[in-house]
Design a protein around this ligand. Structure first.
Ligand code: CDP
Length: 234
Protein backbone atom coordinates (compact mmCIF):
# COMPACT_ATOMS: atom_id res chain seq x y z
CA UNK A 1 0.00 0.00 0.00
CA UNK A 2 1.30 3.46 -0.86
CA UNK A 3 2.47 5.48 2.12
CA UNK A 4 0.02 8.23 3.00
CA UNK A 5 1.37 11.69 2.16
CA UNK A 6 2.26 13.49 5.37
CA UNK A 7 1.66 17.26 5.41
CA UNK A 8 4.71 19.45 5.88
CA UNK A 9 5.11 21.29 9.18
CA UNK A 10 7.25 24.37 9.62
CA UNK A 11 7.76 24.89 13.36
CA UNK A 12 8.31 28.45 14.62
CA UNK A 13 9.06 28.69 18.33
CA UNK A 14 10.18 31.50 20.59
CA UNK A 15 9.31 33.64 23.61
CA UNK A 16 6.47 36.14 23.93
CA UNK A 17 6.33 38.81 21.22
CA UNK A 18 9.46 37.52 19.50
CA UNK A 19 7.78 38.01 16.13
CA UNK A 20 6.71 34.37 15.69
CA UNK A 21 3.16 35.19 14.71
CA UNK A 22 4.16 37.84 12.17
CA UNK A 23 6.80 35.60 10.60
CA UNK A 24 4.56 32.53 10.61
CA UNK A 25 1.73 34.43 8.97
CA UNK A 26 3.98 35.86 6.24
CA UNK A 27 5.59 32.48 5.57
CA UNK A 28 2.19 30.81 5.35
CA UNK A 29 0.99 33.40 2.82
CA UNK A 30 4.15 33.13 0.77
CA UNK A 31 4.15 29.32 0.70
CA UNK A 32 0.39 28.80 0.48
CA UNK A 33 0.37 26.92 3.81
CA UNK A 34 -2.13 27.12 6.67
CA UNK A 35 -1.09 29.28 9.59
CA UNK A 36 -1.71 27.96 13.07
CA UNK A 37 -0.77 29.90 16.20
CA UNK A 38 -0.91 27.28 18.99
CA UNK A 39 -0.76 29.92 21.75
CA UNK A 40 -4.44 30.66 21.11
CA UNK A 41 -5.35 27.22 22.44
CA UNK A 42 -3.66 27.86 25.80
CA UNK A 43 -5.31 31.26 25.86
CA UNK A 44 -8.73 29.73 25.14
CA UNK A 45 -8.26 27.12 27.89
CA UNK A 46 -7.35 29.95 30.28
CA UNK A 47 -10.43 31.95 29.29
CA UNK A 48 -12.64 28.90 29.84
CA UNK A 49 -11.15 28.35 33.32
CA UNK A 50 -11.51 32.01 34.32
CA UNK A 51 -15.14 31.98 33.20
CA UNK A 52 -15.92 28.74 35.04
CA UNK A 53 -13.92 29.19 38.26
CA UNK A 54 -12.86 32.88 38.28
CA UNK A 55 -9.37 31.51 38.93
CA UNK A 56 -6.87 29.04 37.43
CA UNK A 57 -5.41 27.74 40.68
CA UNK A 58 -7.15 24.33 40.78
CA UNK A 59 -4.99 22.21 38.48
CA UNK A 60 -7.27 19.19 38.51
CA UNK A 61 -10.41 21.20 37.72
CA UNK A 62 -8.69 23.26 35.00
CA UNK A 63 -7.33 20.08 33.41
CA UNK A 64 -10.73 18.34 33.40
CA UNK A 65 -12.34 21.44 31.96
CA UNK A 66 -9.72 21.66 29.17
CA UNK A 67 -10.22 17.98 28.34
CA UNK A 68 -13.95 18.45 27.98
CA UNK A 69 -13.89 21.79 26.14
CA UNK A 70 -13.91 22.01 22.37
CA UNK A 71 -11.09 24.37 21.37
CA UNK A 72 -10.54 24.78 17.66
CA UNK A 73 -9.16 27.13 15.04
CA UNK A 74 -10.64 27.88 11.63
CA UNK A 75 -9.72 30.22 8.76
CA UNK A 76 -10.76 33.82 9.51
CA UNK A 77 -14.49 34.30 8.89
CA UNK A 78 -14.48 38.08 9.44
CA UNK A 79 -12.13 40.77 8.16
CA UNK A 80 -11.39 42.59 11.40
CA UNK A 81 -7.64 42.13 11.61
CA UNK A 82 -7.79 38.52 12.78
CA UNK A 83 -5.71 35.86 11.06
CA UNK A 84 -7.90 32.98 12.19
CA UNK A 85 -11.05 32.28 14.19
CA UNK A 86 -10.60 30.84 17.67
CA UNK A 87 -13.57 28.80 18.82
CA UNK A 88 -14.45 27.75 22.35
CA UNK A 89 -17.25 25.19 22.18
CA UNK A 90 -18.21 26.86 18.91
CA UNK A 91 -18.21 30.40 20.34
CA UNK A 92 -15.97 32.94 18.62
CA UNK A 93 -13.48 34.08 21.31
CA UNK A 94 -10.80 35.40 18.94
CA UNK A 95 -10.52 38.75 20.71
CA UNK A 96 -11.52 37.77 24.26
CA UNK A 97 -8.40 35.59 24.56
CA UNK A 98 -6.22 38.71 24.12
CA UNK A 99 -7.39 40.33 27.38
CA UNK A 100 -4.82 41.21 30.02
CA UNK A 101 -6.57 38.89 32.46
CA UNK A 102 -5.97 35.91 30.14
CA UNK A 103 -2.43 37.13 29.50
CA UNK A 104 -1.74 37.21 33.22
CA UNK A 105 -2.87 33.63 33.86
CA UNK A 106 -2.02 31.77 30.66
CA UNK A 107 1.50 30.67 31.67
CA UNK A 108 0.17 29.07 34.84
CA UNK A 109 -2.43 27.10 32.88
CA UNK A 110 0.07 26.08 30.21
CA UNK A 111 2.41 24.65 32.84
CA UNK A 112 -0.21 22.05 33.86
CA UNK A 113 0.89 18.73 32.26
CA UNK A 114 -2.69 17.51 31.74
CA UNK A 115 -3.62 20.70 29.89
CA UNK A 116 -0.54 20.37 27.68
CA UNK A 117 -1.31 16.72 26.96
CA UNK A 118 -4.86 17.50 25.84
CA UNK A 119 -3.88 20.49 23.71
CA UNK A 120 -0.77 18.87 22.21
CA UNK A 121 -2.96 16.00 21.02
CA UNK A 122 -5.38 18.44 19.35
CA UNK A 123 -2.51 20.37 17.79
CA UNK A 124 -1.18 17.16 16.22
CA UNK A 125 -4.62 16.45 14.79
CA UNK A 126 -4.91 19.98 13.39
CA UNK A 127 -1.42 19.51 11.89
CA UNK A 128 -2.86 16.76 9.69
CA UNK A 129 -5.23 19.18 7.93
CA UNK A 130 -2.54 20.23 5.44
CA UNK A 131 0.84 21.91 5.03
CA UNK A 132 1.18 24.23 7.96
CA UNK A 133 3.30 26.90 9.59
CA UNK A 134 2.82 26.31 13.29
CA UNK A 135 3.89 28.87 15.89
CA UNK A 136 4.36 28.17 19.61
CA UNK A 137 6.82 27.34 22.36
CA UNK A 138 7.32 23.60 21.93
CA UNK A 139 6.40 22.78 18.34
CA UNK A 140 9.91 21.76 17.26
CA UNK A 141 10.69 19.99 20.54
CA UNK A 142 7.44 18.24 21.56
CA UNK A 143 4.43 18.68 19.27
CA UNK A 144 6.25 17.85 16.00
CA UNK A 145 9.82 16.88 16.96
CA UNK A 146 10.28 15.42 13.48
CA UNK A 147 9.14 18.60 11.69
CA UNK A 148 11.34 19.07 8.62
CA UNK A 149 11.89 22.75 9.26
CA UNK A 150 12.36 24.41 12.65
CA UNK A 151 13.02 28.06 13.34
CA UNK A 152 13.51 29.61 16.77
CA UNK A 153 13.09 33.38 17.08
CA UNK A 154 14.56 35.37 19.91
CA UNK A 155 14.99 39.03 20.85
CA UNK A 156 15.73 41.01 24.00
CA UNK A 157 12.83 41.50 26.42
CA UNK A 158 12.97 45.27 25.85
CA UNK A 159 12.68 44.91 22.07
CA UNK A 160 9.80 42.45 22.47
CA UNK A 161 7.99 44.75 24.92
CA UNK A 162 8.38 47.61 22.44
CA UNK A 163 6.83 45.48 19.68
CA UNK A 164 3.92 44.35 21.88
CA UNK A 165 3.34 47.98 22.92
CA UNK A 166 3.02 49.07 19.26
CA UNK A 167 0.79 46.08 18.50
CA UNK A 168 -1.60 46.94 21.35
CA UNK A 169 -1.52 50.65 20.51
CA UNK A 170 -2.52 49.84 16.92
CA UNK A 171 -5.50 47.89 18.27
CA UNK A 172 -6.47 50.82 20.51
CA UNK A 173 -5.54 48.99 23.74
CA UNK A 174 -3.84 51.20 26.32
CA UNK A 175 -1.12 49.64 28.48
CA UNK A 176 2.15 51.11 29.71
CA UNK A 177 5.46 49.89 28.30
CA UNK A 178 6.68 49.03 31.82
CA UNK A 179 3.66 46.86 32.51
CA UNK A 180 4.10 45.00 29.24
CA UNK A 181 7.81 44.46 29.91
CA UNK A 182 7.14 43.09 33.40
CA UNK A 183 4.45 40.75 32.08
CA UNK A 184 6.71 39.47 29.26
CA UNK A 185 9.63 38.79 31.62
CA UNK A 186 7.34 36.99 34.07
CA UNK A 187 5.76 34.85 31.34
CA UNK A 188 9.17 33.96 29.85
CA UNK A 189 10.41 32.85 33.26
CA UNK A 190 7.42 30.54 33.82
CA UNK A 191 7.50 29.23 30.23
CA UNK A 192 11.22 28.43 30.23
CA UNK A 193 11.45 26.91 33.69
CA UNK A 194 8.36 24.68 33.66
CA UNK A 195 9.00 20.95 33.90
CA UNK A 196 6.93 19.90 30.90
CA UNK A 197 7.79 21.12 27.41
CA UNK A 198 9.70 24.23 28.51
CA UNK A 199 10.42 26.95 26.00
CA UNK A 200 13.73 26.13 24.30
CA UNK A 201 15.22 25.88 20.85
CA UNK A 202 15.32 22.42 19.29
CA UNK A 203 18.87 21.23 18.60
CA UNK A 204 18.19 21.28 14.85
CA UNK A 205 16.44 24.67 14.73
CA UNK A 206 17.74 27.76 12.95
CA UNK A 207 18.01 30.35 15.74
CA UNK A 208 17.43 33.94 14.64
CA UNK A 209 17.98 36.83 17.01
CA UNK A 210 15.67 39.49 15.64
CA UNK A 211 17.03 42.46 17.63
CA UNK A 212 17.50 45.33 15.20
CA UNK A 213 16.27 43.28 12.23
CA UNK A 214 13.30 44.17 10.08
CA UNK A 215 10.62 41.58 9.49
CA UNK A 216 11.68 41.51 5.81
CA UNK A 217 15.19 40.50 6.84
CA UNK A 218 13.89 37.78 9.13
CA UNK A 219 11.54 36.55 6.40
CA UNK A 220 14.39 36.45 3.88
CA UNK A 221 16.66 34.52 6.25
CA UNK A 222 13.87 32.06 7.04
CA UNK A 223 12.96 31.48 3.39
CA UNK A 224 16.53 30.75 2.37
CA UNK A 225 16.85 28.30 5.29
CA UNK A 226 13.59 26.61 4.27
CA UNK A 227 14.68 26.22 0.65
CA UNK A 228 18.07 24.92 1.70
CA UNK A 229 16.53 22.40 4.11
CA UNK A 230 14.04 21.15 1.55
CA UNK A 231 16.80 20.74 -1.03
CA UNK A 232 19.09 18.90 1.40
CA UNK A 233 16.31 16.62 2.57
CA UNK A 234 15.27 15.84 -1.00
O1 CDP B 1 1.77 35.99 21.45
P1 CDP B 1 2.57 35.66 22.67
O2 CDP B 1 3.97 35.22 22.31
O3 CDP B 1 2.53 36.72 23.71
O4 CDP B 1 1.90 34.45 23.40
P2 CDP B 1 1.17 33.19 22.78
O5 CDP B 1 2.01 32.59 21.71
O6 CDP B 1 -0.23 33.56 22.46
O7 CDP B 1 1.18 32.17 24.00
C1 CDP B 1 0.55 32.45 25.23
C2 CDP B 1 1.08 31.51 26.28
O8 CDP B 1 0.69 30.16 25.95
C3 CDP B 1 2.61 31.44 26.42
O9 CDP B 1 3.13 32.41 27.30
C4 CDP B 1 2.83 30.03 26.93
O10 CDP B 1 2.67 29.98 28.34
C5 CDP B 1 1.69 29.24 26.31
N1 CDP B 1 2.09 28.43 25.14
C6 CDP B 1 2.69 27.21 25.36
O11 CDP B 1 2.94 26.85 26.50
N2 CDP B 1 2.96 26.38 24.32
C7 CDP B 1 2.70 26.76 23.05
N3 CDP B 1 2.98 25.90 22.04
C8 CDP B 1 2.11 28.00 22.80
C9 CDP B 1 1.83 28.84 23.87
Amino acid sequence: MAEQHKPLVIAIDGPAASGKSTLAELLAKKLGFFYFDTGVMYRAATLAALRAFQSVEEEEAVTRLTESTGIDVQPASIEDGRVMDVLLNGEDVTWQIRSSEVEQHVSKVSAYPGVRKALTEQQRQIGLRGNMVMAGRDIGTVVFPDARIKIYLDASAEERARRRYCELEARGVEMSYERILTSIIRRDRIDSTRKHAPLKAAADALVINTDGKTIEEVLEESLSFIHQQLQNQG
